[in-house]
Design a protein around this ligand. Structure first.
Ligand code: SF4
Ligand code: SF4
Length: 373
């Protein structure tokens, strides 16, 4: 639901100085430009103002339960995936819902300040773009529209960095979400690091308008073909795959499998997997009140199927065991999400595998549950 209507991509070449011009143009138009940076010994999204802020020369090595930043790469977008995703911004961990103040006539609810930040995301991976589209279904389907998300999402400008290499925990190819995005972006970059240049795909009229102002040359057909070849190469490098054939049906009958208890012996119920997942959307609410009793507020904050509070209803907690919580998470992602939203809740980014402290692997568990079918 980009504010710009998607068009068939057209192609330009973009140099590094022109990428700087693009970032400046976005800033001048009032966007808060968010892109990959080096922080906390990892690639993390943060505000960027120029290509100097990008993680030039850095890459990452990811495996189950393991992440290492390396400084031995060529290019600005040589990493696999940042730690967090656009979810951090469009569906923030803590969101103000309302505030009330008391005067001589009682409490008055104050109008919620509008969500007026205009984010420009620079360097989204194709799987992250698909994750945004999945969250659109969650937050924007009538009649339950999340107004804050809607405002941020409609204003967001999306620049994809197509993948030309894949990591050991990636499996977007088997989920049909990468390694290349074919639409849904304003602009998409494929990096040619050895030439310090990019193939630029224009996906929307507003993407076109900003590129026209920079004046990029048309890309030769040969460059487009080379970009496609590099993206295909990334597809071959995927460290993992998930066989999705009949998967929802087969997982649907795994409810009583002994595998859930086996996983629970390892799972810490820490919730890391849900925090880093770009599609997980569960929240809880927290109420605050001042000590003077004249001010109150309500906040929405991320929650996780791994907390006992999430399944608390009158009379107690429904999912008391770790096995039942992991089962809820995996079956929702790969099985009941299809019934609810018409597609999988997993885009194959691999974050839950990398950031699980004990290296539990959703692809391995899904396969084991399928075999136990
Ligand atoms: S379930 Fe894991 S691999 Fe799938 S989208 Fe979420 S974090 Fe990525
Ligand atoms: S699967 Fe891993 S990341 Fe998720 S709750 Fe269990 S231990 Fe934590």
């Amino acid at each position: 639901m980009s504010a710009g209507t998607t068009t068939a991509p057209t192609y330009r070449t973009l140099t590094v100085p022109q990428l700087d011009q693009l970032l400046s143009a976005l800033c001048k138009e009032g966007y808060l430009t968010i892109g990959p940076t080096v922080g906390d010994a990892a690639i993390v999204y943060d505000e960027i103002r120029s290509t100097k802020d990008l993680p030039r020369g850095y890459t990452d090595e990811q495996e189950a339960g393991s992440y290492r930043l390396r400084e031995n790469a060529q290019g600005y977008f040589a990493y696999i995936t940042p730690v967090q995703s656009a979810k951090q911004y469009l569906h923030p961990p803590r969101q103000h819902l309302w505030e009330a103040v008391k005067d001589s006539e009682g409490f008055h609810i104050l109008p919620d300040p509008p969500a007026n930040t205009r984010y420009a995301f620079v360097g989204l991976r194709p799987c992250e773009l698909r994750a945004i589209e999945i969250q659109d279904r969650v937050f924007l389907t009538e009649p339950f529209v999340a107004q804050h998300y809607k405002a941020l999402r409609q204003a967001a400008f999306l620049i994809v960095a197509q993948c030309t290499r894949a990591g050991a925990t990636c499996f977007c190819q088997s989920m049909g979400t990468g390694p290349a995005a074919r639409g849904g972006f304003d602009l998409a970059l494929t990096e040619f690091p050895e030439e310090a240049t990019f193939l630029l795909e224009i996906g929307t009229p507003r993407g076109q308008a900003i590129v026209d102002a920079i004046g990029c040359a048309e890309a030769p057909e040969e460059m487009v073909e080379q970009a496609r070849a590099r993206q295909s190469q990334a597809a071959l490098q995927m460290g993992r795959r998930l066989d999705t054939e009949e998967l929802p049906k087969q997982l649907g009958s795994s409810y009583s499998s002994g595998r859930w208890e086996q996983i629970a012996r390892r799972c810490l119920s820490c919730g890391n997997c849900t925090m880093v997942c770009p599609t997980c959307f569960c929240t809880n609410v927290e109420d605050t009140a001042s000590l003077t009793g004249d001010h109150a507020g309500r906040w929405q904050r991320w929650d996780s199927c791994f907390t006992s509070e999430l399944s608390y209803i009158h009379g107690g907690v429904v999912r008391k065991s770790t096995a039942s919580r992991y089962r809820q998470w995996l079956l929702h992602k790969l099985c009941t999400w299809h019934e609810q939203f018409g597609e999988s809740g997993c885009v194959g980014c691999g974050r839950c595998i990398t950031w699980c402290p004990v290296g539990i692997d959703i692809t391995e568990e899904a396969q084991a549950l399928r075999q136990a079918h």
